[in-house]
Ligand binder design. Sequence first.
Ligand code: PDD
Length: 282
Amino acid sequence: GIAWVNGEFSSLQEARVPFLDRGYFFGDGVYEAVKVRDGKLFALQEHLERFERSMKEIRITPPKTTAELTALVLASVEKAGLPNAMVYLQVTRGIGPRMHAFLPEGEPMVTLFVAPMTSVEEKVRKAGVSCVTVPDERWAHPHIKTLNLLPNVLAKQAAVEQGAYEAILVLGTEPGGGLITEASSSNVAAVIRGKVVTPPLNGRILPGVSRAIMLETAREAGIEVEEREITLEELRSAEEIILTSTGCEVLGVGRLDDVTVGEGGAGPMTERLYEIFMAGWE
Ligand code: PDD
């Protein structure tokens, strides 16, 4: 893989960032992850639009225009020469003495890397992955793609320690089990009474690029979709459960908290949604 730090390319191993970067002390920055498959970038524009929205939300003045970022990403992918990879793009509030408040002369710091990334194996995809549920303990603005990922890290680790692929986050503990928001690094949807249901963009979830594209392609294909809250109880009795993200694309969940989901394996709707989603690469 390769890295780009402040105008210079290097290998991933040799890349160095300044110790006083606010990303390091405060997680004071935002990021994007974009997938390259068979040499092609997926939904770069959508990712860059969200990147700009994230910067705006945390009051970082974009240090580069969308056209400049596009050119940088394309040049990096070309230079890396990896057919299957992830492009990681990050901007922090920059370098300076460790003070909580913004530094008057702070300049945003842009970093990027391109590293190999493989897709979920066909047999795993068919079998469906397992998920566990954990409380959603994140801050009040998870719709911003910030570097502050500690709750997500702890949630994913809890999943891994239970032999699961992902942790599904549950907000609140109301009777009926609270509301599903998303997963530690993916969005969640379910098939409930034949309909594809997914939590709405109400500020409690990241507006996933894959989520948006799955919903759009589903609607175009005449599949009924609904954006509304899902309770944990509903999720437990869903016909199918689906994860979407840049990494996993559209992925079926075969087990939830050690209980088989629906008929088990990736269900027919998940497979259909995966196929029409993947047609978007062409
Ligand atoms: N994660 N929700 C969260 C909390 C995420 O971190 C991600 C992506 C998603 C899915 O978004 P998208 O479809 O735009 O990738 C949902 C990336 C892949 C990551 O942190 O590596």
